[in-house]
Design a protein around this ligand. Structure first.
Ligand SMILES: [Zn+2]
Ligand SMILES: [Zn+2]
Ligand SMILES: [Zn+2]
Length: 262
């Protein structure tokens, strides 16, 4: 399995409009962060996680890959603002498959009501929404396990797929979710900045979760300019923890391979 970080920035993206801080002025490509999204590839099929306002650019920069489905963590604009741009993917039979919680499905109907009209305007994107709970579901032959987490007071989900756990926009991870990901190979987790924040983990809180879960490797995502430039901020990280950056592709060994080695 493979994961491509399509966007690793917080809701404003990095650089931030009208900011002259060292991160926003950095010439390091790794300090240019689009809104948070990722694409998982399993058996040559691509599954998108979140579809923010930079989705179109992210697809073009990734070579316009095919997509099997979209999994949505929650309905904040930086995670769903690009759904109208899914249009090229909506030609499939019953519409483009989207998997999300019921509250997110409701929010989508409010955000892009024309996509759900009884008689849709010609050419609007057609979506086929499956509402998820905490139960595992299957997308393109891959079992996906929702990971409930709290985004301040908003219950949202991360996703576990084989040996990968992807959690963004979490402030608190309940014990029951930690149990699901303990010892996982690859953990992607949000870490906004050094200072505390009401609805996101800061770097230390993310590191505390990583220390508890003990993945082989962890990647921090949903990063704000306040984290500091990539080259400097990376020096603060313990072994096995890295800052993600846009365009980074990581390979996740599947559980079957690991079992074979045991
Ligand atoms: Zn976000
Ligand atoms: Zn800045
Ligand atoms: Zn959010």
């Amino acid at each position: 399995m493979k994961l491509r970080f399509l966007g690793t920035g917080t809701s404003t993206g990095v650089p931030q409009i009208m900011c002259n801080c060292p991160t926003c002025q950095s010439r390091d490509e790794r300090d240019r962060r689009l809104r948070c999204s990722a694409m998982v590839t399993y058996k040559d099929k691509n599954i998108l996680i979140d579809c923010g306002p930079d989705f179109r650019q992210q697809m073009l920069e990734s070579g316009s890959p095919s997509l099997e489905a979209l999994l949505i963590t929650h309905s904040h604009y930086d995670h769903v603002g690009g759904v109208d741009d899914l249009r090229p993917y909506c030609a499939m039979g019953d519409g483009f498959p989207i998997y999300c919680r019921a509250d997110v499905a409701g929010d989508l109907r409010d955000r892009v009501p024309y996509c759900f009209a009884e008689v849709p305007y010609p050419g609007v994107p057609a979506f086929n929404i499956t509402e998820i709970t905490t139960k595992p579901f299957v997308v393109a032959d891959l079992e996906v396990i929702p990971l409930p987490v709290m985004h301040h007071r908003l219950p949202i989900v991360g996703f576990k797929m084989d040996n990968l756990a992807y959690i963004t926009d979490a402030k608190k991870i309940p014990d029951s979710t930690l149990e699901l990901i303990r010892g996982i190979d690859t953990l992607v987790i949000n870490g906004l900045r050094i200072k505390d924040h009401i609805s996101h983990m800061n770097l230390q809180q993310a590191l505390d979760v990583i220390a508890e879960v003990k993945p082989r490797v962890a990647y921090i995502t949903h990063i704000s300019h306040d984290m500091g430039p990539y080259a400097e901020a990376s020096l603060r990280l313990p072994d096995g923890v890295r800052l993600a950056y846009d365009g980074l592709v990581i390979h996740i060994p599947d559980q079957f391979d690991q079992d074979e080695n045991n």
